[in-house]
Design a protein around this ligand. Structure first.
Ligand code: ADP
Ligand code: ZN
Length: 712
């Protein structure tokens, strides 16, 4: 398991539960995997697939995503394929032949294709070792993304009674979980549930004042980062996207009103990093596998806590720090209430009210955001400070609010506990509105005694008193504020109340100073290189390397192949394919900026650093150590000179001490270096051509290796 983890995926350790899940699958058991986005679900079936002597079938609803997923596996050197409606008949036939020949380890397929009788028969003729049902919540009508075609997966267990099934989902609600297990008829399966805490996400809520300006300020420091901005209506999407464009940002809209082509194109351009920002309604997101979304902004209020969790969950899949910002206003809340009013079905209306209440509670609260979110999914988070939400990180100042509280409570008492929050505030402020006058509340003692605070400040106090339990809300649609035992303590016994100090000016983002612990300039440079390679190969940039890998490179400045191998995500195939290009870029950068190599913080197992050298390379090394010249080594081994040169190159890049000076004349070296710098290190034939007959390929090769090792 560990060997494969390193060789193919380039990781040194497992994420929580991955190892246990893989072991269970290898034991041919049904498994149910609950992990949040970014938890590392894919590895749970991809790794065992490589250990089975047969095929792993992955069922996924997202046809648009299959190609990228398969490209990602191929880039790691894993024989994978997909079959769906985007392929021509001939192409499908070719893939089926390769499946029959047992040349493929992983097959991605949509459920509707899988259940076609003819295809089922075909699959039954293959040696299927594992069936993974990704996004398995799609089978449940209780979930947020029910897909009727998933229902047919019931027959999996009938058709493949001996094949273990692994169901995976990021849906946290227990009803859906139960339903999945029942529908798929998983037998006596172990349930693995990871924590739904997304540690790398920073949750914050901002009052929605001047929000466009706030967004601009926020984006200022993140011009190269990818992000999603969710809006409630198509109209807002269009106008915000246009404003951002004219402010110089690369932003595209996405909503259900666009044609299917426009949607696909905009999404694709976002994934390929041709644009940084997508402004979208919630139609956008399902099937977004982009690992480096650095922020998700809710410009308007989301529908429910579950929706909010899903949408923010698209940030930071790669585990790097990412922001989730929600703009909250009571105006938005009222707008949604208005929509809810219009709903026909009483049941739906009740559900919508409940969801809105929960969400507003989340926004108003002065409780750790993370704690509330996790509590919603039944998970207890009881660390005193989560370290990554606005409540925990920017604690608000408190003041002795006893007098303010007493004014509110006595006003509630004097209006007979029969009115809502806004009415009470009106009375405190001495409003002359009709209702107040009609009720003759302009004659009570608390009328107009609250002029020291503004309307919104009083409203905030009332909300806080409710949260703190000094007042309660009664009634659903038009809740009335009422007193309780705790309020009497304040009114009668003068108990002290601490309230949040009102803000003077509206919030704006403090210009945060980012202390990067990696070299941002190099990171950006590597990103450009990655984009070039990705475009050339027609894949999204993350298929080449994730941001995590580039960040590690920009932290540790790998100088040679063994350094590179310690970078997370660097499997053997990627090393072979892209190692040189990235090394070259890093080494050049270090040279230009006079950066010395840094010691590593963590080490990879010895076995990987010292790549087992093939015995033929080893023999060349033995002879080299006897100080034999190259042509002599070639002669003794009966191999071509070019082969020996390639052995020596490999040895050098592996960190062996090989002296090029003893093999290539220093003056010639100088010349070769010059030419390599001029023409680039990638292709050798133009270099050879320019240098002419006096120089051999072997010499160029050795000098190039030397340059890479020395960081030139
Ligand atoms: P999910 O499908 O649960 O959202 P992914 O399978 O996409 O999660 O994995 C999330 C991220 O974590 C990806 O960038 C993936 O490459 C990375 N990852 C997964 N397992 C490991 C591991 N054991 N070590 C390091 N990175 C990992
Ligand atoms: Zn917190």
């Amino acid at each position: 398991m560990y060997k494969i983890l390193q060789k193919y995926f380039g990781y040194t350790s497992f994420f929580p539960l991955q190892e246990e899940i893989i072991k269970e699958a290898l034991g041919q058991k049904d498994v149910f995997v609950l992990m949040p986005t970014g938890g590392g679900k894919s590895l749970c079936y991809q790794l065992p697939a490589l250990l089975f002597n047969g095929l792993t079938v992955v069922i996924s609803p997202l046809i648009a995503l299959m190609k990228d997923q398969v490209d990602g596996l191929l880039a790691d050197g894993i024989p994978a394929t997909f079959i769906n409606s985007s392929l021509s008949y001939d192409e499908v036939e070719a893939r089926r032949r390769s499946l029959s020949n047992n040349e493929t380890k992983i097959l991605y397929i949509a459920p509707e294709r899988l259940v076609m009788p003819e295809f089922l028969a075909f699959l039954q003729g293959l040696r299927v070792c594992l069936i993974a049902v990704d996004e398995s919540h799609c089978i449940s009508e209780w979930g947020h993304d029910f897909r009727p075609e998933y229902r047919q997966l019931k027959l999996l267990k009938e058709r493949f009674p001996k094949v273990p099934v692994m169901a995976l989902t990021a849906t946290a609600t227990p009803v859906v979980q139960e339903d999945i297990i029942t529908q798929l008829k998983l037998s006596d399966c172990k349930v693995f549930k990871a924590s739904f805490n997304r540690k790398n996400l920073y949750y914050q809520i901002k009052p929605k004042e001047n929000s466009y300006h706030q967004i601009l300020q926020y984006l200022e420091g993140r011009k190269k980062d990818s992000g999603i901005i969710y809006c409630q209506s198509r109209k807002t999407v269009e106008s915000l996207a246009a404003s951002l464009q004219s402010a110089g940002y690369r932003a595209l809209p996405y909503h259900a009103g666009l044609t299917a082509e426009a949607r696909t194109e905009n999404q694709e351009r976002f994934i390929r990093e041709d644009v940084e920002i997508i402004v979208a309604t919630i139609a956008f997101g399902m099937g977004i596998d982009k690992p480096n979304v650095r922020y998700v902004i809710h410009y308007d209020l989301p529908k429910s806590i579950e929706g909010y969790y899903q949408e923010t969950g698209r940030a930071g899949r790669d585990g790097l720090k990412s922001d989730c910002i929600l703009f909250f206003s009571y105006g938005d809340k009222m707008k949604i209430e208005y929509f809810i009013e219009q709903m026909e079905d009483e049941n739906n209306r009740q559900v919508a009210y409940k969801q809105l209440r929960e969400l507003v509670g989340y926004c108003e609260g002065n409780v750790c955001r993370r704690k509330l979110l996790l509590a919603y999914f039944g998970e207890i988070f009881d660390e005193p400070n989560c370290g990554s939400c606005d409540v925990c990180l920017e604690p608000k100042e408190r003041f002795d609010g006893t007098i303010a509280a007493q004014k509110i409570l006595s006003c509630v008492y004097r209006v007979g506990e029969r009115f809502g929050m806004n009415y009470v505030v009106d009375v405190l402020l001495g409003s002359k509105n009709q209702k107040v006058m009609q009720n003759q509340h302009n004659t009570i003692k608390t009328y107009g005694i609250g002029k020291e605070y503004s309307k919104s400040q009083w409203q905030a106090f009332v909300r806080e008193l409710i949260q703190l339990g000094y007042l309660k809300l009664d009634g659903d649609k038009y809740p009335v504020v009422k007193l309780n035992e705790k309020s009497r303590g304040v009114l009668l016994r003068n108990e002290k109340v601490l309230l949040t100090k009102p803000e003077e000016a509206p919030h704006i983002f403090k210009a945060e100073v980012f202390r990067d612990d990696y070299n941002r300039a190099l990171f950006e440079q590597l990103r450009v290189l990655r984009k070039t390679i990705a475009d050339r190969e027609g894949v999204p940039p993350y298929v080449i390397f994730h941001d995590t890998s580039l960040k590690e490179m920009s932290t540790h400045y790998p100088r040679n192949v063994s350094d590179l191998l310690m970078i997370s995500g660097m499997g053997e195939r990627k090393l072979r394919r892209y190692g040189d290009a990235f090394l070259h870029e890093i080494v050049n950068y270090c040279k230009q900026h006079n950066i010395k190599p840094k010691p590593r913080l963590h080490k990879r197992p010895e076995s990987l650093i010292k790549q087992p050298k093939s015995s033929t390379v080893q023999m060349t090394l033995e002879l080299y150590k006897q100080r034999l010249p190259m042509h002599e080594i070639a002669k003794r081994r009966g191999l071509a000179l070019s082969t020996i040169a390639s052995h020596l190159e490999k040895l050098m890049l592996d960190g062996e001490d090989i002296s090029v000076d003893s093999m290539v004349d220093p003056e010639k070296q100088q010349h070769i270096k010059q030419t390599l710098k001029e023409l680039g290190m990638q292709a050798m034939s133009p270099v050879k051509e320019k240098l002419g007959d006096g120089y051999s390929y072997e010499e160029i090769r050795l000098v190039r290796a030397k340059m890479m090792c020395e960081g030139e």
